[in-house]
Design a protein around this ligand. Structure first.
Ligand code: MN
Length: 253
């Protein structure tokens, strides 16, 4: 299988090389990654300026660095290399739990893969000041890769690995309210600036990605592209008739 490796931390991140080494055992590997850090870019794509791609090597892998977002990298990679079956993103330096699914560039890369017809898996691990010990993650990443190879219905997965995993479970995305803090400051030129911060309000719910990490377990969260709220759709249709044709079909006419 042809496997594309991408990330949002930038092509020189040690997490990217660690992931490429794991991927080598299950397929042919190429790297397409941003030339500088693109964390929190989500699924952003570049459309107002041209993209440039430069050939390089990362470790002994063929690699291309792109002056764009993670989703740009996946689009360019899949365009220039046919029949990519799987895109692996990461290993991100920092967890991507719960609501981070909306802005994570690591997940953006995996999601872009699925939008373009491949499968995508995002990997993230915490940084506790120093660089993560990726060798502690090897067995767990290999296990995820075996699962993905064996089961093609695993299309889009968000994988978060604690620093030293004690096991692995299937999880739901934790959806919590955040404080959405804004911390003001002043720069050396006396101008005001702001940092956006986000901390979850509530305790962790069992069975969620956040709960798994709190319990030292690798969290595997299957995600979908269809964001439709089915319950609200059914409810809204029943309460607010927008189109007379809906009434006719409801009456069995
Ligand atoms: Mn990142």
């Amino acid at each position: 299988m042809r496997i594309l490796i991408a990330n949002d931390d930038g092509i020189y991140s040690p997490g990217l090389l660690a992931l490429a080494h794991r991927a080598r055992s299950i397929g042919e590997v190429r790297i397409f990654a941003p030339d500088v850090e693109q964390s929190s870019m989500g699924l952003a794509v570049t459309h107002s300026r041209p993209l440039h791609v430069k050939r390089t090597t990362i470790g002994d892998f063929e690699a291309w660095r792109v002056n764009g977002t993670p989703a740009d990298c996946v689009a360019l990679g899949m365009n220039s290399w046919s029949e990519v079956g799987l895109v692996l993103a990461g290993i991100n330096l920092g967890l991507n739990l719960g609501n981070a699914a909306w802005h994570s560039g690591t997940l953006g890369a995996a999601r872009q893969a699925v939008l373009l017809g491949a499968r995508g898996v995002a990997f993230s691990t915490p940084t506790g000041g120093g660089e993560p010990d990726f060798t502690r993650l090897d067995l767990h990443i290999d296990r995820v890769l075996r699962l993905v190879i064996a089961d093609p219905t695993l299309r889009l997965l968000n994988v978060n690995l604690p620093a030293d995993p004690a096991g692995m479970i299937w999880t739901r995305q934790s959806v919590r309210h955040y404080d959405g803090g804004v911390v003001p400051g002043t720069d050396p030129m006396g101008r005001k600036h702001y940092w956006l911060t986000a901390h979850p309000h509530e305790e962790v719910e069992e069975g969620t990605d956040r709960w798994a990490i709190a319990n030292g377990l690798v969290a595997l969260t299957p995600l979908r592209l269809d964001l439709t709220d089915e319950a609200m759709l059914t409810d809204a249709k029943a309460r607010h008739r927008l189109d007379d044709r809906e009434a006719k079909s409801a009456d069995g006419a």
